[in-house]
Design a protein around this ligand. Structure first.
Ligand code: C2O
Ligand code: CU
Length: 545
């Protein structure tokens, strides 16, 4: 295994999009940020120098960081932020991750512009589980804001209102053909007829699930979240924030120019969403018989939940002898977590600008996560009392019809706290994530740090332990790190708690995360030496100054 060294200088830099120039937070002046490459099992060392006026931390989304939560990155969970003018070196140890994942800032809304691909190749003699593609292309879908994105979370928290929307989606930093002043910069992929290409796609946008399609070209999904999967042939995909996908495309059409396009899948009725379309161009190098003719793809309507689930329900693991041997079958810990958007009354202390003169919040099992001022991991490791409690509820605090058309107003409130859920080392965990219709139902892309998990079941409506567990797929369920919990539905995931540490789990829709849709698992150390958290690094940012 190799060690790769990088330096990330975090700084503001003026970048021009949509006809005007603006200072945005970048890594090494790039938007999107630099692509990191490694092989399975390698080590990546990233020296961060914060030359900006903002706090920063980095998360390696999809890397398990086995026994080493210190470098996982979410601020106030595993570390305190790297302050302006300070440095910190991340050591990212890869284990079995392979394919496309990504890195992003995990402090405030910095990830809006501070993110980039992390590509993990097979380590020889191992090879891809598909024919080697002719070329591979990082394909980062992001956003562009005319306003200062760094001010969004404070505004949203202060007012309890909806965070503002972006002004454009971007593909590899470019809004593309149909936005003002953007035609020339449109990202172009030039292909040779008959060759196959690997698109390494990342949904780095803050708040929207996306549909994506290429005119007249079928795609083959071969991997997701840095895990290869059973191949799926498809004309469109749905990708949630946080997810990454490995897609093969073969240039098998008449030479010409074809659009690739992406726009929202917005399942929340009534919620504002960016309904613009970002494009890139697929262009055959061979001279076209039909000169510069543009074909445009068909995307599902923005609110078509069936189109989303028709795609995701096909996901399956790669199997050995027809099955996946490591799916937990005997369960030690059963959990049911509700995901809710809440609406709170305003007070004189907290005036608000949310809908109906109230303020929004969001919660897991009716607890809205409150970040402490010392990191949870440090508080745990150094036994600092009073930072968190170990009483996160295993089940919803109140039972009701979670997905009913109308939910009584009395259920719209939530509690606030820094409560963690303790898991015994090596416990087999089943967690059902139940979407609710408390204020508005939505597809919640839930990401678990430190782990990958099997999605053994999903459905619409309320989870029913009697009937739904009988329909579980325990043979070849998909293995993921970010799963979309369908609108007014549920998913059941299983994992073995074999990675000790403090691990954040949250909705990857930033507006829900900022309102509190996060929680933390404390996975205890095991007894053996190699079952314990390693020692903290010397240069870990301090929390008090
Ligand atoms: Cu993509 Cu908590 O992160
Ligand atoms: Cu959500």
């Amino acid at each position: 295994a190799k060690t790769h060294r990088h330096s990330f200088v975090v700084k503001l830099r003026p970048i021009t999009r949509l006809c005007s120039s603006k200072n945005i937070l970048t890594v090494n002046g790039k938007f999107p940020g630099p692509t990191l490459e490694a092989r399975t099992g390698d080590r990546i060392i990233v020296r961060v120098i914060n030359k900006s006026k903002y706090n920063i931390t980095f998360h390696w989304h999809g890397v398990k960081q086995v026994r080493n939560p210190w470098y996982d990155g979410p601020e106030y969970v595993t570390q305190c932020p790297i302050l302006p003018g300070k440095k910190f070196t991340y050591k990212v140890q890869l284990t079995n991750e392979e394919g496309t994942i990504w890195w992003h800032a995990h402090s405030g809304w910095a990830r809006a512009t501070v993110h980039g691909p992390l590509i993990i190749y097979p380590a020889p003699p191992s090879t891809y589980p598909f024919p080697k593609p002719h070329a591979q292309i990082p394909f980062v879908i992001g956003e562009w804001w005319k306003k200062d994105v760094m001010e969004i979370p404070d505004n949203a928290k202060r007012s309890g209102g909806e965070p503002i929307l972006s002004d454009a989606y971007t593909i590899n930093g470019q809004p593309g053909y149909f936005y003002p002043c953007s035609k020339k910069g449109t990202f172009e992929l030039t292909v040779e007829r008959g060759k196959t290409y690997l698109l390494r796609m990342i949904n780095a946008v803050m708040d929207e699930d996306l549909f994506f399609a290429i005119a007249k070209h079928e795609m083959t999904l071969v991997g997701k979240d840095g895990i290869y999967m059973k191949q799926i042939k498809t004309n469109y995909i749905m990708i949630t924030p946080g997810q990454s996908m490995d897609l093969l495309i073969t240039a098998n059409q008449a030479p010409g120019t074809y659009f690739m396009a992406t726009r929202s899948y917005s399942s929340a009725f009534g919620a504002g969403f960016d309904n613009t379309t970002a494009t890139a161009i697929l262009k055959y190098s061979t001279k076209s018989s039909i000169p510069s003719f543009h074909f445009f793809p068909t995307l599902p309507p923005y609110d078509r939940t069936e189109a989303s689930t028709d795609f995701t329900k096909q996901f399956r693991s790669l199997t050995i002898n027809g099955r996946r041997a490591d799916v937990p079958l005997k369960i030690d810990t059963r959990l049911l977590f509700t995901l809710s958007v809440n609406l709170l009354n305003c007070s004189t202390k907290k005036p608000c600008a949310g809908a109906f003169g109230k303020r929004f919040a969001a919660s897991v099992n009716n607890v809205s996560f409150v970040a402490p001022s010392l990191s949870l991991l440090q508080a745990y490791y150094y036994k600092v009392p009073g930072v968190f409690t170990r009483d996160f509820p295993k089940n919803p605090t109140r039972k009701f019809n979670y997905t009913a058309e109308v939910i009584p107003e009395a259920l719209m409130s939530t509690s606030f706290g820094t409560r963690v859920m303790v898991l015994e080392y090596n416990a087999s965990v089943e967690l059902v994530l139940q979407g609710t219709n408390v204020v508005a139902s939505d597809n919640h892309p839930v990401h678990l740090h430190g782990y990958s998990f099997y999605v053994v079941g999903w459905g619409f409506g309320n989870f029913d332990p009697k009937t739904d567990t009988k329909r579980y797929n325990l043979v070849d369920p998909p293995e993921e790190t970010t799963v979309g919990v369908p609108k007014n539905g549920w998913v059941a995931i299983r994992f073995k708690a074999n990675n000790p540490g403090m691990w954040l789990m949250h909705c990857h829709l930033e507006r829900h995360q900022v309102w509190g849709m996060s929680m933390v698992f404390l996975v205890k150390n095991g007894h053996a030496r190699d079952q314990k958290i390693v020692r903290p690094p010397h240069d870990l940012p301090k929390c008090y100054h």
